[in-house]
Design a protein. Structure first.
Length: 359
């Protein structure tokens, strides 16, 4: 019975998030994406942070009541992962099959998706934003449950690095949901379709793989790193956060108001009279400085657990490398087609792709 409950837990949690996303108060915002065959921008109703708090409070109340142990999601993590994998496959098929083919290969359509922007009730529920929301919320309660398992196992001998790792993951999640509107202007929202990559990725991969540092070390004895090393790991994380969040905010404000000064930086841009590209500030350091920020954040998170020679935590930052380096190649091709000669001017002004001075 408990194993079956573990298997079904992600579906029940995701359904609860869907209900909360639909009924809790939210704010309507106009996004960057334009409706097909129209000049009208898509509208979104955002309340991710409120949903996160509601789910975490619900989880805490359930555990405090004794209905479930604090580390229940850790105990049944394999069953929960299996349930998420199956539901992710079902969701991917359901979001792909009803729509007209885009690619010649069904497998390409299944992986990348056929529909770009699936919405219910005029944007009250947006498929992409809901997928990122469910992944973030389940990641949060997974992190809490995995850290709780370590504490219940080792008591006063627990590793402070485990809790620091959980705290940085929590900051990462809260930060993302605080700036939901900003992410309406990022690559995956305006350039990708909804298929297995995005659907299964957010339903099964995101909430479990991003917690791999805690998954793989929560049952290990505490390996407390010296305080100065933990401080270095925190600096690595927040350096990455500053690059990623700063770049995304600068681009967001520039798209909203091209003359707005951001963090004391007056925007400098190049234009062909029709299209415009930002060429200073964060976007003058490299063409994808935000990607470097994501990699640094992941590195800071996994170092905190105190097992630098253990392979499994390193899969998290390595995943970002494997994802983002090829993505910048695809993005370069897309931008070259979109901006033409203007993009070549930008490349001359900002020669580095991701790592300033190196690559």
């Amino acid at each position: 019975m408990e194993k079956a409950a573990g298997f079904l837990a992600p579906v029940l949690i995701y359904f609860y998030i869907f209900i909360l996303n639909a009924i809790l108060p939210g704010r309507w915002v106009v996004g960057y994406v334009t409706k097909p065959n129209s000049s009208e921008k898509l509208k979104y109703r955002l309340n991710g942070l409120l949903v996160l708090f509601a789910v975490v409070i619900t989880w805490v109340l359930i555990c405090r009541s004794g209905m479930l142990p604090w580390d229940w999601l850790y105990i049944y993590r394999w069953y929960a992962l299996a349930g998420a994998i199956v539901f992710g496959l079902i969701f991917s098929l359901a979001i792909v099959l009803p729509y007209q083919p885009v690619k010649k290969s069904f497998f390409a359509d299944f992986y990348l998706g056929r529909i770009e922007n699936a919405q219910l009730w005029g944007g009250r529920i947006d498929a992409k934003m809901w997928l990122y929301l469910v992944g973030a919320v389940l990641l949060q309660i997974n992190a809490l449950s995995y850290a709780a398992h370590h504490y219940l196992l080792y008591g006063m001998e627990t590793s402070r690095g485990i809790f620091l790792c959980a705290a940085l993951l929590t900051f990462f999640i809260v930060d993302y949901l605080t700036f939901e509107e900003v992410h309406l202007y990022t690559y995956d929202i305006f350039a990708e379709r909804v298929g297995f990559k995005l659907g299964w990725g957010c339903i099964a991969f995101y909430p479990f793989f991003y917690a791999i540092a805690l998954w793989s070390t929560a049952d290990l004895p505490g390996a407390n790193a010296p305080g100065y090393l933990l401080l270095i790991y925190i600096v690595i994380f927040f350096t990455g956060w500053g690059l990623s969040r700063g770049a995304n905010l600068q681009k967001y404000f520039f798209k909203k108001d091209p003359k707005r000064v951001f963090m004391g930086i007056a925007p400098a841009s190049i234009t062909d009279g029709n299209k415009t590209l930002l060429v200073n500030g964060f976007w003058g350091l490299s063409r994808h400085i935000n990607y470097l920020g994501e990699i640094l954040m992941a590195t800071g998170i996994i170092l905190c657990v105190g097992h630098p020679l253990l392979m499994w935590p390193w899969l998290y930052p390595l995943y970002y490398v494997a994802l983002l380096f090829p993505r910048q190649v695809d993005d370069n091709k897309r931008c070259a087609l979109k901006y033409g000669a203007l993009w070549q001017q930008y490349i001359k002004k900002v020669p580095y792709k991701i790592i300033p001075g190196i690559y």
